[in-house]
Write a protein that binds this ligand. Structure first.
Ligand code: FES
Length: 82
């Protein structure tokens, strides 16, 4: 598998906590979008681990096509869910 699955064509609003680490799903297979649940095992993908810069509401990408992961950049516009 070299192309991420489109888990959803809209982002998830998440309350991030400053200093907290998150594992963002990059393969699109996780059942706990937008976060990793280990479903990437056996694929070429691995989660994107990031630390929140500040406490804020953020929109995390579920289509996995964003150019600024883990955040939504609007690339989901016009996509159809797999
Ligand atoms: S959900 Fe992926 S760019 Fe918006």
């Amino acid at each position: 598998m070299s192309k991420a699955k489109i888990a959803s064509t809209s982002p998830t609003a998440i309350d991030l906590e400053e200093g907290k680490k998150y594992a963002f799903c990059t393969c699109g297979l996780s059942e706990t979008q937008p976060f990793c649940d280990g479903a990437h095992k056996g694929t070429d993908f691995s989660p994107l681990v990031f630390t929140a810069d500040k406490t804020e509401k953020a929109f995390l990408c579920n289509c996995k096509q964003t150019g600024k992961a883990p955040f939504c950049d609007g690339s989901h516009s016009g996509l159809v869910k797999d």
